[in-house]
Design a protein around this ligand. Structure first.
Ligand code: 5RP
Length: 268
């Protein structure tokens, strides 16, 4: 593998354990000012030292993350639809490779919508993005997005992940589901999981544990971290599972302990 590509990937999937804690804050690209991400800088700042990489759009990166911050950037380069628009799958590449390089990105991220109206376009865009990105030693993260009417079962997610891998994606983000081992077995490149909609912290930690136990290399998690009552304790608990092999219930105890007022005071 090309040195630059390998080097960039190693900033995201970290040696020595080959695991990844990616903080997802790109939601505004189609959700606008999502709850608790209304002021991105405020949400992101305390979490940065606890993640391995940050998934973000160029607009939020430029405006809300200090350029002196040394954090690998996974740059969301697709967009074009909104939560109130007619079709979430109607995305194109909106951010060019030159801008990604200027922003010192470590990877590009885009969504594919398998089974949706614009399936064809998003899959072809992924193949083209890989062609272009590889010229610069830049990895591509494929997001297996789920449109309004699509289910999130192992059959569908295996199909979407495998198609992304066949197009040359270097890392794939998908959702955890029952029989997740099947998704992992049939996907020849590393898989990370999104957290999805906010659920109770204990459940989100179980989801993380189950996904990693089934073979995911880590998380690309957003809402279950920054929409938590206690975002820093939550990301630290997620990290303890991903990098520290902690069991879910122990991680939840850690979350509770770190959420106590004396810890909050120490963070302030
Ligand atoms: C939106 C995304 C998000 O980054 C992804 O869904 C991860 O965030 P969350 O854990 O909140 O689901 O790619 O398309």
């Amino acid at each position: 593998m090309d040195w630059g590509l390998k080097n960039r990937i190693s900033g995201i999937i970290r040696p020595p354990d080959g695991k990844a804690v990616m903080l997802a804050v790109d939601h505004g690209y189609f959700l606008g000012p999502t709850e608790k991400l209304e002021a991105p800088a405020r949400a992101i700042r305390p979490l940065l030292r606890h993640c391995d990489s940050l998934m973000v759009t160029r607009g939020v990166l430029r405006s809300s993350v200090s350029a002196t911050q040394h954090i690998p950037i996974v740059l969301r380069v697709s967009g074009g639809s909104s939560i109130i628009g007619e079709d979430l799958s109607n995305e194109r590449i909106t951010t060019g490779i030159k801008d990604a390089l200027r922003l010192n990105s470590s990877a590009l991220a885009m969504s594919i919508f398998v089974g949706a109206k614009h399936e064809h376009r998003t899959i072809v865009s992924l193949g083209r993005l890989v062609n272009e990105a590889e010229e610069y030693g830049m990895p591509v993260l494929a997001v297996t997005a789920v449109g309004k009417d699509m289910g999130k079962d192992a059959r569908y997610l295996s199909l979407a992940c495998r198609i992304a891998a066949e197009q040359g994606a270097h890392i794939i983000k998908t959702y955890y589901c029952e029989n997740f081992e099947k998704v992992i077995e049939s996907c020849p490149v590393p898989v990370i999981i999104a957290g999805g909609k906010k659920i109770p912290e204990r459940d989100a930690l179980h989801l993380t544990y189950n996904a990693v136990n089934a073979g995911a290399v880590g998380v690309d998690m957003g809402r279950n971290i920054w929409q938590s009552e206690n975002p820093v304790p939550m990301i630290r608990a997620v990290r303890a599972i991903v990098h520290g092999n902690m069991k879910a219930d122990e991680a939840y105890e850690l979350y509770q302990r770190l959420s106590k007022p004396e810890h909050a005071k120490a963070r302030a």
